[in-house]
Design a protein. Structure first.
Ligand code: AMP
Ligand code: MG
Length: 600
């Protein structure tokens, strides 16, 4: 068995940085510049105004204040895109818009807000004069020629990765195309007699090919161009034919057929067509991995196409892609940083590492109080692709570590980063609805207490149709609000309340950002019209019918006769009012992803 590092080193030793191509800048996002970019112009090209206001001579404003304005004669106006026709002589000013060139003679711009223009306009006063209400320094609100980029500057260096801002800079230099390292074409081949295409109906013994799609999406995500070869069958002939179709690519990625089963023949085909490295890598999931080069002849030249044979299990194939294919693609694109971004996080669950391999555990990372926490995303079978859906990172447990305890610090490779992380992982939220007097608040109380016993951080949201109980007339906070404050915070040692005036009734989702991300569960009372998962509290004496239609509900909690209610409401999950533990189990299982780890 070889280590992850040895395997990666071997893979990288077979791939080269690709050649450059010149192409439109809009298609260059994420590519590496293959030339230094020098400017042939100044940006900005002329001194110009950073504000809408009046261009003037700073010395003419000496001593100006609101109570003692300096009056100047307005001798013209200049908008962005045109040139000034007049110059600014002593005692004069020119009305100027943001981005318009600064007139000759002017050395400062005073904003409209710091002049008497508005009051002049409203009192229909003479606009051929302007009162300046503040003293300006030379250079105030003036953007100088070449202050961003000067003619001759090296603006972007060879080797820089083009992000939106670099593409914008290229545009501002007047470049519509750039010389960049080209994107690798990556041929993708799924293998297996059991596989059928996504648009084919399932037949007994068959499964849809998902690896092609995961791998193609990963290739695109990291900047490559996927070339889909389809499904190769478990026969030497079928695989050979398919592989031949992929040999004009820069790299070939197959999935499946690399374990030790009778039909795992990718390695046999490789052995025939090229040089094969077939390894077991000391990692879990993803132990079997094939790597080699396939020889091909182009004209008179012999070429070698690197081939990475990933395991077939969807999670194994994705995790090995991240560890080996991603760095290879990045290297071909000319990138220097090939590793995945990693953080240190406190793990929420115990993890055992039974057979001394490097364990990649799917986790969801959240940030609470300035610290990262990682929770295992439920069952970790290498066929369970939804465990990747719930994950935004991979906790890396070293070979030498046999057990990790909840509370230990672990390294986590981030699959998604920063804004993707906070946007894609919203807080689990469940709404408790029901008719008035049905017992919603009591269920909320019981559930909150139950989840506290389970070590969950719970936030509760109450929707009031009338006013706010906390807004008591006469209290200081009420008086601040009456006086017009848009928001009032009441803070005391250990508590904070926040009251904000709103122009509409917020949805529960709109309230979440106010809570912050540090909760495991948000329980909401009310909001019956929202699209949140809902549990209805039903009370027999208020009638047999429900407030919400059964399709909208996740469950019902009732003190009534279960049978009639079940009959009346299709196949709804129904709980007895007294069974808070079962309701909490249901919420935890369906809405809170904190299941114990069973890494594999
Ligand atoms: P193999 O590595 O070919 O032995 O496959 C291991 C497991 O992964 C088997 O259960 C396969 O059915 C499954 N598998 C292989 N290829 C794919 C694929 N393209 N999409 C989904 N599952 C796959
Ligand atoms: Mg197979």
């Amino acid at each position: 068995m070889i280590s992850v590092e040895e395997a990666l080193e071997k893979v990288l030793s077979y791939v080269e940085v690709l050649e450059p191509e010149r192409k439109p800048i809009l298609n260059c996002l994420g590519q590496v510049l293959a030339e230094g970019v020098y400017s042939t112009i100044n940006i900005p090209p002329l001194d110009n105004s950073a504000m809408d206001g009046f261009a003037l001579r700073a010395e003419d404003t000496r001593g100006a204040t609101e109570s003692s304005p300096r009056y100047l004669a307005v001798v013209g106006e200049v908008a962005a895109g045109s040139l000034p026709t007049n110059e600014v002589r002593p005692g004069t000013a020119i009305r100027i818009m943001t981005g318009a060139p600064l007139p000759e003679g002017a050395d400062a711009v005073v904003r409209f807000e710091d002049t008497d223009e508005t009051s002049r306009k409203s009192s229909k006063n003479d606009l051929s004069q302007i009162g300046i209400l503040c003293q300006a320094k030379k250079g105030l609100n003036v953007r100088c020629r070449g202050e961003d980029i000067a003619e001759g500057d090296l603006v972007l260096k060879k080797g820089e990765v083009l992000r939106p801002q670099e593409i914008g800079v290229l545009a501002s230099l007047g470049r519509s195309a750039a010389l960049v390292i080209r994107r690798p074409i990556v041929a993708i081949l799924a293998t297996g007699d059991e596989l059928i295409g996504v648009d084919q109906p399932l037949a007994p013994g068959k499964i849809h090919d998902s690896n092609t799609y995961t791998i193609a999406a990963e290739v695109s995500r990291y900047g490559g161009i996927p070339k889909i070869l389809g499904i190769g069958r478990d026969s030497v002939q079928s695989l050979t034919e398919k592989i031949d179709e992929g040999l004009d690519a820069d790299m070939l990625i197959t999935s499946g057929g690399v374990s030790k089963g009778d039909y795992d023949i990718v390695k046999d085909v490789l052995a025939e067509r090229g040089e094969v490295g077939f390894w077991t890598v000391c990692m879990k999931p993803g132990k079997p991995l094939a790597f080699g080069v396939i020889k091909k002849v182009v004209g008179r030249k012999k070429k070698k196409v690197p081939h990475l044979g990933l395991p077939g299990n969807p999670v194994s194939s994705m995790i090995t892609f991240e560890q080996f294919a991603r760095p290879a693609i990045l290297k071909m694109m000319g990138k220097k940083v090939l590793g995945k971004p990693a953080i240190q996080a406190i793990i929420d669950d115990d993890i055992v590492n039974t057979d001394g391999r490097r364990l990649f555990v799917r986790v969801n990372v959240t940030r609470r109080g300035g610290q990262y926490y990682a929770s295992v995303t439920g069952p970790q079978g290498s066929g369970i692709l939804t465990s990747m859906v719930r994950a935004n990172g991979l906790a890396v447990i070293p070979e030498s570590s046999h057990a990790v305890k909840a509370g230990d610090t672990v390294e986590v490779q981030m699959l998604d980063w920063a804004e993707e992380q906070s946007q894609s992982k919203t807080l689990p939220i469940v709404s408790i609805v029901g008719k008035s007097q049905s017992g919603k608040t009591m269920l909320m109380e019981q559930l909150i207490a139950e989840f506290k016993k389970r070590d969950c951080r719970v936030a509760a949201i109450k929707h009031c149709h009338g006013g706010m109980e906390i807004d008591h007339p006469g209290k200081d906070s009420w008086r601040y609000a009456q006086a017009g404050s848009d928001a009032v915070c009441i803070s005391s040692p250990g508590k904070l309340a926040f009251i904000r005036n709103l122009d509409h009734d917020l949805s529960a989702e709109e309230i979440l950002p106010v809570l912050g991300p540090e909760f495991d569960l948000v329980l909401v009372e009310g909001f019956k019209k929202s699209k949140l998962p809902k549990i209805e509290v039903h009370r027999k004496e208020l009638g047999n019918d429900l407030l919400c239609s059964p399709e909208e509900l996740s469950a019902v909690v009732t003190d009534g006769s279960l049978d009639t209610l079940v009959a009346d409401t299709c196949k709804l999950t129904v709980f007895r009012s007294s069974d808070t533990v079962a309701v909490a189990d249901f919420i935890e299982k369906n809405f809170v992803f904190k299941s114990p780890s069973s890494a594999c």
